[in-house]
Design a protein around this ligand. Structure first.
Ligand SMILES: Cc1cc2nc3c(=O)[nH]c(=O)nc-3n(C[C@H](O)[C@H](O)[C@H](O)COP(=O)(O)OP(=O)(O)OC[C@H]3O[C@@H](n4cnc5c(N)ncnc54)[C@H](O)[C@@H]3O)c2cc1C
Length: 380
């Protein structure tokens, strides 16, 4: 009997997983003993980290997307369709067009979405760079910004790429300096906790650098409402922050499929942090941003997790005992200006060590952005 493996979500995690399974189980797939199907809502794969560069006019949004078929091993069957229901008891997916897909093993990698509309006034008055059109709109706003108070406010927790707000603040500082306009811009960074980042080591490293660059901080600040007419951000404690340009990391939520299917509140799925197995049903895994894990919602984490899920599913298909486990490994570059960067690497429960920023690491990040497409294909 053919063993059917279904993957929902063709982002970083789902694509890496599909290609790794196609490679690991090539003989079984060629013999007709195993099928790997990837179901994803869009015909394009999107590389979200480029949006940061789009906001500063250094990349175009189109460069962040490629047809997913081009990135997938030929052994993977692609279904471009929105999945509207997951029935883990009957082991069945339902698509938006009513078609169903039965599976023996399921991996959910439906990612995270932004929801600026969750905070009054934020969608109308705030800019962000967490989606392609929004990043383009922010680029235009930055290009025409005549000076004043630019507030970068982290609202959504958890959010994708925990270091991205720091990167924005450091790049904005350098970007205005390069244009000889830094003294016309007051840069303010807000974070919903006392520190400027959720990891102490990163907060300790970033705070003095922000002070050196005259990036003011307002912490803790939890946005309750944005008043675009008065250009004031109001915090839950009544603090009022006037602004001329408001940039936010908006609230995040998982895909509504997860909530609708009863797999997790807010779209985040509880899984075993080492095996990535969903405890509510056999043969079901969730990983990447949709998994509720004590690590970053980052592409690198999704990538490492995909390797573990692939190993475990391949073992199960072969009636072997799965032994691969995820250690929480995450690796993130941190741009600290327009031509320097550092990076962090850590596992569950660890605090990262930060090195002095350098041009070499900045170029390594740009090189990674180019080679990402090979990584997604499983070639690197
Ligand atoms: C501005 C920005 C900068 C970032 N920078 C970095 C960085 O420097 N380094 C880093 O490691 N990470 C970074 N990230 C985070 C990284 O992009 C994500 O963590 C990563 O994409 C997560 O992969 P994923 O597979 O879990 O989800 P995604 O890549 O978001 O993919 C989810 C997929 O699921 C599909 N899908 C969702 N619901 C359904 C459904 N119901 N039916 C069918 N398909 C569905 C979607 O269409 C999508 O294809 C950044 C993110 C942003 C927004």
């Amino acid at each position: 009997m053919t063993e059917r493996i279904a993957i929902v979500g063709g982002g970083t995690g789902g694509t890496v997983l599909a290609n790794k399974l196609a490679d690991d189980l090539a003989d079984e797939i060629d013999a007709g003993d195993v099928e790997v199907a990837l179901v994803t809502a869009s015909p394009d794969h999107v590389y979200k980290p480029l949006f940061l560069y789009v906001a500063f006019g250094r990349r175009e949004a189109d460069q962040a997307r490629r047809p997913i078929r081009e990135l997938l091993d030929r052994r993977v069957t692609l279904h471009v369709a929105l999945v509207t229901d997951v029935d883990v008891d009957d082991r069945r997916l339902t698509r938006e067009d009513g078609a169903t897909l039965d599976y023996d093993y399921l991996a959910l990698a439906t990612g995270a979405n932004v929801a600026p509309e969750d905070v009054p006034g934020l969608a109308e008055g705030g800019h962000h760079y967490y989606a392609p059109e929004a990043a383009e709109s922010l680029r235009d706003a930055l290009a025409s910004f005549e000076g004043g108070r630019l507030v970068l406010s982290v609202v959504g927790m958890p959010h994708m790429c925990p270091v991205a707000p720091l990167e924005f603040a450091f790049i904005a500082d350098a970007w205005f300096r390069e244009r000889g306009r830094r003294d016309e811009v007051e840069l303010v960074y807000t974070y919903p906790s006392e520190r400027v980042h959720s990891l102490d080591a990163i907060a300790d490293w970033a705070s003095p650098r922000m002070a050196e660059r005259s990036i003011e901080r307002e912490t803790p600040f939890e946005l309750q409402e944005l008043d675009p007419d008065e250009q004031v951000a109001v915090g839950t404690d009544g603090t009022e922050l006037p602004y001329d340009l408001f940039v936010t990391i908006p609230p995040h939520q998982g895909d509504e499929l997860i909530v609708r299917s009863g797999l997790g509140d807010d779209g985040w799925i509880d899984v075993d942090q080492h095996t990535l197995e969903y405890p509510g049903a056999e043969g079901v895994f969730a990983f990447g941003d949709t998994a509720d894990l004590p690590t970053s919602k980052a592409g690198s984490a999704a990538h490492y997790e995909a390797g573990v899920v692939a190993d475990r599913i391949a073992s199960l298909v072969r009636d072997e005992t799965p032994t691969a486990t995820y250690s929480g490994k995450t690796m993130c570059f941190i741009e600290t200006g327009t031509d320097e960067a550092t990076f962090v690497s850590f596992e569950y429960g660890e605090q990262p060590t930060l090195r002095e920023p350098s041009r070499t690491v900045h170029w390594a990040k740009l090189a990674y952005n180019e080679s990402y497409w090979l990584t997604a294909r499983g070639l690197l």
